[in-house]
Write a protein of this length. Structure first.
Length: 302
């Protein structure tokens, strides 16, 4: 049997080259490189399952913020519990063609039990432990972005802070969010260019007095309107004796892959992953956001 091996190398010399690749070219150029690594005993014992079938109930705050008519499909294309807080006509979740689930938002000054508009799904949390993690994978296409920014994936730190800054306090809010926003330019085909950025809580937000924290925002990559990308979002704890929290965000497509690993400044008892759409510009005339998501998978290690 004759075996042919073809290696294709693409060197992107500018952002404009990346943006002008069409979707089929993007898919052909996505490669996975496997390297030999020496595994630690903890990694050798790790077990990963990717058949998540049990999903949480809405908590009291989320349940009280749900909007009438903002309902899930009876047989959704995407997995996870839907948290639907969008009162506008352009809002909510729907199954659409190609196996996608569509998430729409309209920015609003309304607050839903204190939070901005959102149409998100979420999973049971991963509890702290050596080498324990969850990895969210999905394909997505961004169709429309408001003049604000919208989160398409986030991880909430939960419970008591066991290591790092503000140890002993109870964490609240996200440990990081992945945002999409306008870059205010277009490619040569007239498609909008968006920016994907990571907002990390470098000083944790906690409950009680003096509970405010700070976030640091960093650029991840550009995203082109209407092009299909793949997101991988891993969060959990390392295999050191400290069991420190860490996350890795990777987006592939447009001819390349961009990834960033976050070694968080604090470690809590657990972490919960959410995805979909959270917040849009509250006061702009350009206030709508839409994303399509398919092939959602949550893998749980240990």
């Amino acid at each position: 049997m004759k075996i042919s091996v073809v290696f294709t190398l693409l060197i992107a010399t500018s952002c404009s080259n990346e943006e002008e690749l069409i979707e089929n070219q993007s898919l052909e150029l996505e490669n996975t490189q496997l390297e030999k690594t020496e595994l630690t005993p903890a990694e050798l014992l790790a077990r990963t399952t990717c058949s998540e079938t049990s999903f949480p109930n809405l908590g009291p705050s989320a349940a009280s913020g749900q909007v009438s008519g903002c309902n899930d499909s009876s047989s959704p294309n995407n997995i996870g519990t839907l948290d639907c807080r969008s009162s506008a006509s352009f809002g909510g979740y729907a199954n659409v063609g190609g196996g996608f689930g569509r998430y729409r938002l309209t920015g609003s000054t309304d607050r839903f039990d204190g939070t901005r508009t959102r149409v998100e799904r979420f999973f049971n949390r991963v509890n702290r432990g050596s080498n324990k993690s969850t990895t969210l994978n999905y394909e997505f296409i961004v169709d429309e972005v408001s003049s604000g920014r919208t989160c398409i994936a986030q991880v909430h730190a939960e419970g008591e802070i066991k290591e790092g800054l503000r140890k002993g306090r109870t964490a609240r809010s996200a440990v990081f969010l992945l945002y999409i926003k306008k870059a205010n330019r277009r490619d040569r085909l007239g498609r909008e260019i968006y920016t994907a950025e990571i907002s990390e809580s470098t000083n944790p937000f906690v409950t009680g007095s003096n509970g405010g924290g700070t976030r640091t925002t960093t650029f991840l990559r550009n995203i082109t309107q209407g092009i299909r990308y793949t997101l991988s979002c891993k969060t959990g704890y390392d295999n050191s004796s400290m069991q420190l929290a860490e996350s890795t965000v990777t987006i592939s497509g447009g001819g390349n892959t961009r990834s960033r690993t976050l070694e968080h400044t604090y470690t809590t008892e657990g972490a919960t992953t959410r995805y979909g759409a959270y917040e849009a510009c509250d006061t702009c005339s350009d206030d709508r956001f839409q994303i399509r998501i398919r092939n959602v998978q949550l893998c749980r290690t240990n």
